[in-house]
Write a protein that binds this ligand. Structure first.
Ligand code: SF4
Length: 315
């Protein structure tokens, strides 16, 4: 649900006449309704139709033709002018936490983490856990995750800052929970608020086994393409330059959308990803060749040991 009256007040206070709107893939079907509502209030509307998965991928080009870009779904990951962010919120009933209590009782301090949809309820959920005998804490936000307890697939700062003995991730899927487990090294449990209500302890073992296979495959690569994203919140130029300097066989590739076809056409034996960290860790099955994280590339080159494996994060 978009707080339309607040948005309109904000646009009027900025004296905006022409407004670009960008919705992420999961919410894109709301575009027509939003555009129509803004037009009814007297604004000209530009719709940004390209794929978007996060606030790391702002349609800043649209600002050449609009006074303000309205980005729906996420909180900011970079500081940009003339962008209004409207995070997507979904309320959940804290009673769903009941199934997690038995698994968490043995830990002195439990860090509560979640994604942006539920980040407005972290204090409420932590309070509920406290009332049920769990010492729950919520870590501070960070530049990319401004809400307390909020995590992204590229940033687990809120988990680390909680300095807990174990973590409970509330949200869909297990990728973020596995990320928390890798980033903190602590037992991590996942609870899907829309699932059957079961809590599960996640393990990074399966992911690490798969990454080990890709690292071994990449050891025979003769050429490495260092993927440097042109997206506003994924562009890690200094990191890409450093990685390129590590091997005479590495070349930086400026790229926007990373697809199997693009990587095949470019023809490198292996790639090193400095764009969204999920590409290497979560999407490897889409690619027929190894797509390594920065730390994995260092392992391939013998500059880091497997025991020093770290999850890739954008900080
Ligand atoms: S870089 Fe990836 S994980 Fe981070 S906000 Fe963008 S899409 Fe999400």
């Amino acid at each position: 649900m978009i707080p339309l009256s607040d948005l309109i007040d904000d646009l009027r206070s900025r004296d905006a006449k022409r407004v670009a709107v960008q919705l992420p893939e999961g919410l894109k079907r709301g575009t027509a309704m939003l555009a129509s509502a803004l037009r009814n209030e007297g604004f000209e509307v530009v719709i940004c139709g390209d794929a978007c998965w996060g606030a790391c991928d702002l349609a800043l080009d649209a600002l050449a033709d609009a006074d303000v870009l309205v980005h729906i779904g996420h909180t900011p990951v970079t500081q940009e002018k003339n962008v209004i962010y409207i995070p997507f919120r979904q309320d959940i009933d804290p009673e769903i936490l009941l199934s997690a209590v038995p698994a968490l009782e043995c830990f002195a301090k439990v860090g509560l983490v979640t994604t942006i949809q539920h980040a407005h309820q972290t204090q409420e959920m932590a309070g509920w856990l406290q009332d049920h005998g769990i010492r729950a804490v919520v870590g501070e936000g960070s530049v990319r995750t401004p809400q307390p307890g909020q995590v992204l697939g590229c940033t687990y700062a809120a988990a680390r800052s909680a300095e807990a003995d174990a973590y409970l991730f509330v949200g869909t899927g297990v990728f973020h929970a596995i990320g928390v487990s890798l980033a903190t090294g602590k037992p991590t449990f996942a609870l899907d608020p829309y699932g059957a209500g079961d809590v599960q302890e996640v393990s990074a073992d399966r992911l690490l086994r798969k990454r080990f296979v890709q690292i071994e495959k990449a050891k025979s690569a003769k050429t490495f393409g260092i993927l440097l994203s042109s997206k506003s919140g994924q562009c890690r130029k200094e990191l890409a330059k450093r990685l390129e300097s590590l091997s005479p066989d590495a070349s930086i590739i400026l790229i926007r959308e990373v697809s199997e076809m693009q990587l095949r056409n470019l023809g490198f034996d292996a790639y090193v990803n400095t764009a969204c960290p999920r590409l290497a860790l979560d999407d490897q099955s889409r690619f027929p060749m190894p797509v390594l994280s920065p730390a994995e590339f260092e392992i391939v080159l013998g500059l880091r040991s497997w025991d020093d494996y770290v999850i890739d994060e954008i900080v």
